[in-house]
Design a protein around this ligand. Structure first.
Ligand code: ATP
Length: 385
């Protein structure tokens, strides 16, 4: 709901700014007022105070500009000055608004109990992120760790850990992919990073979770390499801005499956580097439990032994186990379909050991032993809890 409203507000503001720049005053006024109205509704649905302040600030700007345009038109019928002459809504504003519309803070709802195993990583995150944010009496206004890197094979819980940390401390949470910034937003990458950090600052305390952070420093050639260098230097600059201001409560939580690719200057900004490994036997059993518990109408037959399944899935990531559960769950659903029973109110039968074994035959671990080895070796050399 909130993100839809926010998108609508940004879209109206973008239109307003465009009309304003084109001198289409009446249209600009109506769009500014529309953006204002939507933001005021959005504010009512937003619990986070910093975010509310941010929306309020925007709403005030749009209202002020609408009134300014109205007074100019009313007084002299003279064409209002183009938006580019204005101080606050400057030249970059259109691009900034556009970028803002795709940088939507989330309100994750993941608890530590949803995450199986990963005790070391949970402890490190608890001490580095959560305690300083929830115990201001002890830590004052200072966050001891603002650059934290989660690394390890894909699908093992890095995103879940980041979301659980954000849920626990009730911070504004930005979830972005560095690969998207580099590839999907070519030509806007630097501004996107700038706007992201500015927004995180305005809505602090906040966490920027940047997945695939290695994409920022990946080797490139020709024009791409120039772009990549500029984006990386923007990222370094923004991180330095945060690190150098003790009162700024913005944490950058980077994540990668290939930490060895990260640019060394960027890596230095991450004081904590935490390995998120493949689940061990106990964790795999627990992942089966939490995954099945979340799936609607997933009933286990009595012959299913989760200890056996945990043993059979050595080398599987948490995500692999989730997909295996879905595949097994589909077998009884498929049977219902074959019998034309879907939509009749009939429920699928419980999932049996045989279903799991059948699903297992068609699924292999998605993580290669080589990926695991490289991450472990990198941890020995550069890991820092
Ligand atoms: P990537 O590197 O590909 O971004 P990731 O390490 O961020 O992956 P997540 O997105 O956190 O992995 O996990 C993907 C899914 O796998 C989760 O939604 C969850 O269903 C399952 N999963 C992974 N690890 C765990 C875990 N430790 N406990 C419970 N579920 C898990």
């Amino acid at each position: 709901m909130s993100s839809r409203l926010y998108n609508l507000a940004v879209s109206a503001a973008n239109d307003a700014i465009r009309y304003d720049a084109e001198g289409k005053v009446e249209l600009a006024i109506s769009k500014y007022l529309q953006a204002f109205d939507i933001l005021m509704t959005l504010i009512r649905y937003t619990e986070n105070k910093k975010l509310r302040d941010f929306y309020t600030d925007r709403a005030e700007q749009y209202l002020a500009r609408a009134y300014e345009l109205k007074s100019i038109v009313g007084k002299s019928k003279v064409k209002a000055p183009a938006l580019t002459d204005q101080k606050r809504l400057g030249e970059d504003e259109e691009l900034q608004s556009k970028i803002l519309s795709t940088i939507i803070p989330e309100k994750p709802n993941v608890s530590w109990d949803d995450i199986a195993g990963l005790e070391d990583a949970k402890k490190a995150i608890e001490e580095a992120i959560i305690l300083p944010l929830i115990e201001p009496e002890i830590f004052g206004n200072t966050l001891p760790w603002k650059g934290i890197l989660l690394f390890g094979p894909p699908g093992c819980g890095k995103t879940m850990l980041a979301k659980a940390a954000a849920s626990r401390c009730n911070v504004t949470f930005f979830n972005v992919s560095a690969a998207d910034i580099m590839v999907k937003w070519v030509g806007e990458s630097e501004q996107r990073i700038k706007v992201l950090f500015e927004m995180a600052r305005e809505t602090q305390p906040s966490i920027i979770f940047m997945d695939e952070i290695d994409a920022l420093g990946a080797e490139r050639t020709g024009v791409e390499s120039v772009v990549s260098t500029r984006v990386l230097s923007q990222m370094l600059q923004m991180m330095d801005g945060i690190l150098s201001k003790p009162d700024d409560k913005v944490i950058v939580l980077g994540a990668t499956n290939r930490p060895w690719v990260i640019d060394s200057a960027l890596l230095r900004r991450f004081d904590k580097r935490i390995l998120v490994p493949l689940p061990d036997l106990q964790a795999r059993k627990q992942i089966f439990k939490v995954t099945i518990a979340k799936m609607p109408n997933f009933k286990l037959a009595e012959d299913v032994d989760l200890d056996e399944l945990a043993k059979l899935t050595e080398g599987f990531s948490g995500d692999d186990i989730k997909k295996l559960c879905i595949a097994a769950w589909y077998i009884p659903i498929h049977e219902l379909k074959e019998q034309n029973m879907l939509g009749t109110g009939a429920m699928p039968r419980p999932v049996t050991r045989r279903d799991f074994l059948e699903a297992l035959q068609a699924r292999k671990p998605s993580v290669s032993p080589e990926e695991v080895r490289l991450n472990e070796e990198w941890n020995k050399k550069f890991g820092a809890k």
